[in-house]
Structure formats: C-alpha cells, structure tokens
Write a protein that binds this ligand. Structure first.
Ligand SMILES: *[C@@H]1O[C@H](CO)[C@@H](O)[C@H](O)[C@H]1NC(C)=O
Length: 210
C-alpha cells in the first residue's frame, strides 16, 4: 500500500515530463519553421525591394473656370498623366484609381474614376482624364485668389491621383496598398480672362507616397 502511494506521484511526474518534452519539441520545430518562412519572405522582399511607381504630368489644359455665384464653380480640365513602373521584377496591379483637380487645397472638379489595369516590369502607361465640376462649392475667397493669379500670369493647379495597388512578384500577388500622387501644373493665364481659358503645360515629376 505504501509502495503504491510512493510510486504513484513519481509515475505522474514521469508521464508529465514526457508530455512536456514532446510539447517542447513540437513547439521548437514549429517556431523554427515559422521563423525560417518569415525570414525567407523578408529576404525575398529585401532582394526584390519594389520601388514606388513614378508619375509625371504630360499635359494639362484648363478649359473652364467660372463662378456662377461667389462660392459655386464650374470647371473643365483635361489632363494626361504618365505612369511608369520602375521595377525590373515586380509588376503592379492598379485598383480603384481616382483623379481630381485641386486649387489652393480645395477640390474643384468631381472625381474621375479610371479603369483598373496591370503594369508590367518597366512599363509605361498614359492616363487621360477629363475632369468636370458643376456647381462645386468653393471658399468665398476663390474668385479673389484666381483674380490675383491672373494678374500674376500663372495659376498653380494641383492634380491628385489616389487608389490602391498590389505588387506582383512571379505568381505571388501582395495585399492592397494605398497610394497617393500629387502633381502640380503651372498654367499660363492672361489677365481679364475669366472663362474659356486654354493653356497647356509640359509636365514635371509628381510625388508618390505608398
Ligand atoms: C454651371 O453649370 C450649370 C449646369 O450646366 C449651368 O446651369 C450654369 O449656368 C453654369 N454656370 C456658369 C457660370 O457657367
């Protein structure tokens, strides 16, 4: 009886030890596996290291910028943006592309949605957008600001593009990343012109954030 009592806890601890050892081995194997998968993924990412897509303005024309009341604007702007994928081994899927024009921080045209597309390695695409605003609400100072720019002979027009992109490496496709593009067009305008302004500019580089 006493022998049984003394041997019983010993057995229990021995059994427990076995389970612990098995668990530890499993845990160790599993964590090693996960760690090596993670570091392999990181290494591949480091080697490929996708660069941000590049955007530049090709041309921008301002056809109409007219106030129907001090704070309601009609606008018509045509723009062409060059989009380039600078990567040698990474393709880009563009999803949900949106373009609009802004003046002094205010959106002055409605959103224009561009069709989604895929951009292969080192590919370039032209994105054309016809931007319109009808009765767009603007700050009461809008007319004054435009008048001042007309006197100066040039108007700074912001062109904004945003959306989501996915990277493609071989057959693997990443999750979605938001990106924003900011372009600035300098439009030459004549004093006294209030409607039917027509001007084109050769574009410059836009800034991209992913
Ligand atoms: C703005 O557009 C609306 C709708 O087309 C039109 O009724 C209005 O007269 C326009 N205003 C100006 C100042 O052109």
């Amino acid at each position: 009886m006493s022998l049984y009592l003394t041997s019983s806890p010993k057995d229990c601890s021995k059994k427990g030890f076995h389970i612990n050892k098995l668990n530890k081995k499993l845990l160790y194997t599993l964590s090693t596996l996960i760690l090596s998968i993670l570091s392999a993924t990181f290494l591949i990412w480091l080697i490929l290291h996708p660069s941000k897509p590049e955007f530049s303005l090709r041309d921008t024309s301002l056809y109409e910028l007219s106030l129907s009341s001090p704070h309601l604007l009609n606008s018509t702007i045509q723009t062409t943006i060059v989009s380039k994928n600078p990567n040698d081994r990474v393709g880009i899927y563009y999803d949900q592309l949106r373009v609009y024009a802004a003046y002094k921080g205010q959106q002055i045209t409605a959103d224009s949605l561009l069709p989604p597309f895929y951009q292969g390695h080192q590919d370039s695409n032209l994105l054309s957008a016809s931007l319109h605003g009808t009765g767009m609400p603007v700050a009461p100072s809008f007319g004054y600001e435009v008048g001042r720019d007309q006197t100066a002979g040039r108007l700074y027009l912001g062109l904004k593009l945003d959306g989501q992109l996915r990277w493609k490496v071989g057959t693997w496709v990443s999750g979605r990343y938001r990106f924003d593009v900011d372009c600035m067009a300098v439009i030459a305008i004549r004093p006294g012109d209030t409607s039917g302004l027509l001007s084109s500019v050769q574009g410059n580089q836009c800034s991209t954030t992913v």
